[in-house]
Design a protein around this ligand. Structure first.
Ligand code: SF4
Ligand code: SF4
Length: 145
């Protein structure tokens, strides 16, 4: 059977609401400036902590300040961090392993099909995988500088 499964965000709000530091978005050095400009535009005080050279974390408890709760959308879609663009895929910065988040409603609903052998996961998450590739290149860049 042809692989017709495609990830489609349900806009269920889960991924823009944070309770633990592990889930909070990682920000790359070159993403900081745009985020700060957007924060100024929206009158938001960002809480950003440095993880290591080139990598930061947006510290958020509850809804992301960039999230439009009523409209159920990210207000900074065009400049949102790569770590948000790859979701529901997740990357472990230490091991570089990629896995699929089990906190995503769409993933849970489609878990049986996602784990079946006839599914090409790269095709299912085509947009997210493109962004994973960009993220990998940037991570390697930071590591080699
Ligand atoms: S930047 Fe946008 S996509 Fe990322 S957590 Fe905030 S609202 Fe969600
Ligand atoms: S948890 Fe999944 S379905 Fe819900 S808003 Fe996030 S990406 Fe979309």
């Amino acid at each position: 059977m042809a692989n017709t499964l495609r990830f489609r965000c349900y806009r269920c709000i889960h991924c823009c609401f944070f309770v633990s530091i592990d889930e909070m978005p990682i920000i790359l050095e070159d993403e900081l400036q745009n985020l700060k400009l957007k924060a100024d535009e929206y009158g938001i005080n960002l809480n950003i902590t440095k993880l290591c050279e080139g990598f930061y974390k947006l510290v958020i408890y509850g809804f992301c300040p960039f999230y439009d709760i009523q409209g159920r959308r990210c207000r900074i879609h065009e400049v949102k961090p790569l770590s948000c663009r790859i979701y529901p895929l997740l990357i472990n910065l230490k091991t570089k392993d990629i896995h699929v988040s089990l906190a995503c409603d769409w993933v849970i609903e489609n878990l049986d099909r996602l784990t079946s052998h006839d599914i090409d996961v790269e095709e299912v998450f085509r947009y997210e995988v493109e962004n994973i590739k960009i993220l990998y290149k940037k991570i390697l860049n930071y590591i080699h500088h």
